[in-house]
Write a protein that binds this ligand. Structure first.
Ligand code: GLC
Length: 524
């Protein structure tokens, strides 16, 4: 387990929208380097950068044309190596995106694979043996090249699935995940990982990590065995390199595949969604942090606690404020709701990820026309708002050249850092406390003290007691009584006597915590 994860707080950067230094309207790697001090000052000490490789950008770079080459619109490979170097100097670790399940249809491997003549790459992708064939449950494409077969897709039409084999082949053209052709694909991906690790990256966020072996069994045994092999390689040769999975299933990703972290994603109706994205439930938004939603934290705990238990000692659940695929939480939560939400996400166990711009409350732009296969995701991918200057300080280009239009009326780092009570300053103060306290590290002890509907949510991290009241009515809690009532171990750990962080003016006196409407307190 990489030691640095224990106090990592990640910042996700969508490179095209972060900071443009060469005036072409698109963010770039030198721009990320320039903003490392901002990220550090916010309190983050790790980055995840979305794909920045050569690509036709039909899926914003998740359609990789060359795994080992930085896209020219972002700079050069040397710029990325320099980013690793400068980030390390500042104590920041850098994960880049690994897209192992598919390439772009313009990748050299795929061009070769399309040829009717047998060659080294004929089995690098999943091909049927006839021009009009397929199997149920998977999309296949035919008619694009001279090879007599159709090929399987992993996501969009532009993203043919790499061949990691089938768990249980049923057709003559299907091969096992243990077949040499499938192992050759694994080896090619390991080669890509080594390439970047040798040049200074600290690991990978793994795209669609569960998608490798086709028609895998319910435990994803085949796919997990591949990741186990990769984990062994890392443990031996790169023990400080970290992997975070886009999987959202720690039973598989952490306990079985060997990932160090697994994202807790906004999958319909799961515990994470009930906290801040519960707008699909009939009868309106019942997100826990929403005022007057009579939020029931039990829905979250029922789903989260088993995830936490299975990950403990093996890896970490990663909460996200948002990501490049998800509507920003500003879509439904206002500033006071967001403060409570982020304060909670950043103090629960595990390794959290903040999506760029969430710290200043950037808006989700619902009606943004699609860009590079973004569709409804595009509204979450607009340029970072740095200042109140032209293009909100994102770029010197003329506005019509920008990757996406800036949200001209939205907040900026300039406006939010000047407001003492802003979401930005709240996050910054909290991260300062988190970074200075063992009790708020990824694996520090965690216990639920109070988790029932209609009451504040109260939990313990080490010797800290944390309480959040999302309701519009005030609440009074007998903290000492609550703690004694639940667990002897906790009552020994801490008998709090002061508030060390707060939102919304709570007070603590003689063991009684007064939580006004929409408030949050950390007691020590
Ligand atoms: C993941 C990425 C998403 C991308 C897809 C295909 O879900 O997060 O942005 O479109 O995989 O690679």
């Amino acid at each position: 387990m990489p030691k640095w994860l224990i106090d990592a707080v990640f910042y996700e950067i969508y490179p095209q929208s972060f900071y443009d230094t060469n005036g072409d309207g698109i963010g770039d790697i030198p721009g990320i380097i320039e903003k490392l001090d901002y990220i550090k000052d916010l309190g983050c000490n790790a980055l995840w950068i979305n794909p920045c490789y050569d690509s036709p950008f039909k899926d914003a770079g998740y359609d990789v044309r060359d795994y080992k080459k930085v896209a020219s619109r972002y700079g050069t490979n040397e710029d990325l190596y320099e980013l690793f170097r400068v980030a390390h100097q500042k104590g920041i670790h850098v994960l880049i995106d690994l897209v192992p399940g598919h390439t772009s249809e313009e990748h050299e491997w795929f061009r070769e694979s399309c040829k009717p003549e047998k060659n080294e790459y004929s089995d690098r992708y999943i091909w049927t043996d006839f021009w009009i064939k397929g199997t149920p449950g998977h999309p296949y494409i035919g008619g694009e090249c001279d090879r007599n077969g159709t090929y399987m897709l992993n996501f969009f039409k532009c993203q043919p699935a790499l061949n990691y084999g089938f768990f249980n082949p049923t057709e003559s053209w299907q091969t096992s995940y243990k077949d040499p052709a499938a192992i050759a694909t694994q080896d090619a991906m390991i080669d890509v990982m080594r390439f970047w690790l040798d040049r200074g990256c600290d690991g990978f966020r793994v795209d669609m990590a569960d998608s490798l072996v086709k028609d895998d069994d319910k435990d994803k045994t085949g796919t997990c065995s591949i990741w186990q092999r990769i984990r062994k390689m890392l443990d031996t040769d790169y023990p400080e390199a970290a992997l975070v999975a886009e999987w959202s299933n720690p039973w598989q990703a952490i306990a079985s595949a060997g990932f160090h972290m697994d994202f807790y994603l906004d999958h319909g109706g799961n515990g994470y969604n009930t906290l801040l994205r519960d707008y699909e439930t009939p009868g309106g938004d019942n997100s826990f942090f929403k005022k007057n939603a009579n939020g029931d934290i039990g829905r979250f705990l029922k789903d989260f606690l088993p995830r936490y238990e299975i990950s403990r000692g093996k890896g970490y659940v990663s909460f996200i404020t948002c990501n490049h695929d998800t509507p920003r939480a500003t879509n439904t939560l206002d500033e006071s709701e967001l403060k409570l939400a982020y304060a909670t996400l950043l103090t629960l166990p595990g390794v959290p990820f903040i999506y760029y711009g969430d710290e200043i409350g950037m808006k989700y732009i619902a009606d943004m026309p699609t860009k590079e296969g973004g569709y409804t995701r595009t509204g979450t991918r607009t340029p970072m708002q740095w200042s109140e200057g032209p293009n909100k300080g994102f770029s010197d280009a003329s506005p019509d050249m920008l990757y996406l239009p800036v949200d001209a009326n939205g907040p900026s780092v300039e406006s939010e850092s000047a407001r003492p009570d802003s979401l930005y300053n709240t996050v910054k103060t909290l991260l300062k406390l988190k970074n200075a306290n063992e009790d708020l590290k990824a694996d520090a002890d965690f216990k639920v003290i109070l988790g029932i509907p209609g009451h504040p949510f109260v939990y313990q991290r080490g010797s800290m007691t944390i309480a959040v009241n999302p309701e519009t009515r005030p609440a009074t809690l007998d903290i000492t009584g609550l703690i004694r009532g639940k667990s002897d171990q906790i009552s020994q750990a801490g008998s709090p006597d002061k508030i060390v962080f707060s939102v919304g003016d709570p007070s603590f006196n003689a063991g009684k915590l007064e939580l006004p409407a929409q408030s949050f307190a950390i007691l020590l």
